[in-house]
Design a protein around this ligand. Structure first.
Ligand SMILES: [Zn+2]
Length: 466
């Protein structure tokens, strides 16, 4: 650690330590017992702003995240998200910066450019006696949860990562990715559901089973192959709501399972599909998944306010696609159309086949989002399907997401800068309801590096790396 880093880390350390005058007087450094780390993956600032505007105009209330700002209850900073290999990070390197405290090349999980492994922070907290967990809407073996849990040269080794989780015996792991646990889908044919069960885990593959989880045993929940459905598609389908939990429900369950641990708990909550929606310029998917993430933020705030020993870190790992509501005479009216959407572009395009007619596609888009496209545009979208091979339909990047988004932009007034991650400095909120925000905010630098959060979490809890 160089001198500048030392100064920065000392400043970070004061954020939580100066809040209570009684603690200061008695000389006791205040520590938090629990951390809930909430990450909306791939959330550009425009995503945060538009989700808040949508919630205000549709529901007459602020988003939970921005209400913290409106009421002066959070400390804010910008965060530089670069990785070791690029100004533009991927989620593996970004999570590793927080998880291992060191910038690693894109694609790597806590293994640096020299091949050296850095201990993931959830392993450190587990060794210190805390209960540890991760919940996400993407595979539980995906980059963001994995960056807090494991070392791996490749984020793509998800079958290995699932097996690594078994050995770690963490307390709550929930999300998607059944294919990493199912013997019929794993390359080695191992039945990891059975293996977790034999290790004493409660195992759920449906929401109902998750709701029957009780404290006292570790818990594994894997509710879908690949990823969980987008929040808007789930909201429109009673059948999906029955079997798939929301991110807020998983967050609530995880907290209930771990809150009784004498030495506290740490939980990562990831809105993983905000990033996926940005990659496909899928506006309905993006904003409603951001709101589902915001519901999880609300759940965490409720718990922290009542518990008073819990630190919330609310952020994103990088921007993605930089969406924004653009100037125009009808901006308000156009933006308000999103309130009536019933389905995502993902739902529209994955339900189309080579046999779909232009009329059927026009009706499908109208039923999903109220937009009536021209027959020529429908024919043009359908051209993509004649070029697909049998497996292409399952690869979203091959579907005409960009073209559909371009057709929608004049009607929604929302434009996109691209379809990939950005180098933007991102929003970071720190909330500690046990302290007054004004006194607690004094030590927070206005611009931090992603790696600083690693030190910050250790200092906040008084846990040492070794
Ligand atoms: Zn991404």
């Amino acid at each position: 650690m160089n001198r500048r880093d030392l100064v920065r880390s000392a400043a970070l350390g004061t954020i939580l330590l100066t809040g209570s005058t009684s603690n200061a007087r008695s000389g006791n450094r205040h520590r938090v017992k629990n951390i809930i780390f909430l990450v909306s993956d791939g959330m550009s600032t425009g995503t945060l702003a538009m989700a808040d505007l949508l919630r205000q105009r549709k529901e007459g209330r602020s988003s939970n995240w921005l209400r913290l700002y409106r009421e002066g209850r959070a400390q804010r900073a910008l965060m530089d998200t670069a990785s070791a290999s690029s100004l533009v990070t991927d989620s593996a390197a970004a999570s590793s910066a927080w998880g291992g405290g060191v910038r690693v090349p894109n694609g790597s999980l806590n293994v640096d450019a020299d091949g050296q492994a850095h201990r993931p922070i959830w392993q450190t907290f587990k060794a210190a006696g805390k209960a540890v967990g991760c919940v996400t809407t993407v595979p539980i073996t995906h980059a963001t949860p994995a960056g807090f849990c494991v070392n791996s040269k490749s984020r793509g080794s998800m079958a290995d990562i699932a097996e690594h989780y078994l050995g770690l015996r963490f307390d709550v792991m929930m999300g998607a990715g059944t294919e990493q646990f199912n013997p019929g889908k794993r390359p080695d044919g191992k039945d990891l559901f059975k293996a977790f069960n034999e290790q004493g885990y409660q195992v759920a593959q449906t929401r109902d089973t998750m709701l029957s989880f009780r404290p006292g045993k570790p818990a594994l929940g894997v509710f879908d192959s690949d990823s969980l459905p987008f929040a808007l598609d789930r909201a429109t389908s009673p059948a999906l709501q029955q079997i798939i939990p929301s991110l807020a429900e998983m967050t609530h369950t995880a907290v209930e399972l771990m809150r009784g641990n004498a030495d506290g708990f740490v939980l990562q909550v990831e809105g993983g599909k905000v990033d996926w929606a940005a990659h496909t310029n899928d506006l309905a998917a993006l904003l409603y998944d951001q709101l589902a993430f915001d519901d999880a933020v609300g759940e965490a705030i409720r718990f922290a306010e009542q518990n008073r020993e819990t630190l919330l870190i609310i952020t994103t790992d990088h921007g993605n696609a930089n969406p924004g509501l653009l100037y125009g005479a009808n901006a308000n009216h156009n933006f308000d159309q999103i309130q009536t959407y019933r389905q995502t572009n993902d739902w529209i395009l994955t339900g189309v086949t080579k046999d779909t007619t232009p009329t059927q596609l026009i009706e499908r888009i109208e039923a999903a989002q109220g937009l009536v496209i021209k027959p020529d545009d429908a024919r043009s979208l359908l051209l993509h399907y004649t070029a697909l091979d049998e497996t292409g339909i399952y690869n979203p990047r091959k579907l005409p997401f960009r073209q559909l988004a371009a057709l929608q932009t004049p009607h929604t007034a929302v434009g996109w800068a691209g379809m990939d991650h950005t180098a933007d400095f991102v929003e970071l909120a720190i909330v500690n309801p046990g302290h007054s925000p004004s006194s607690a905010s004094a030590g927070l630098p206005a611009l931090i590096n992603n790696t600083d959060l690693h030190t910050f979490m250790l200092q906040a809890t008084g846990v040492h790396q070794d």
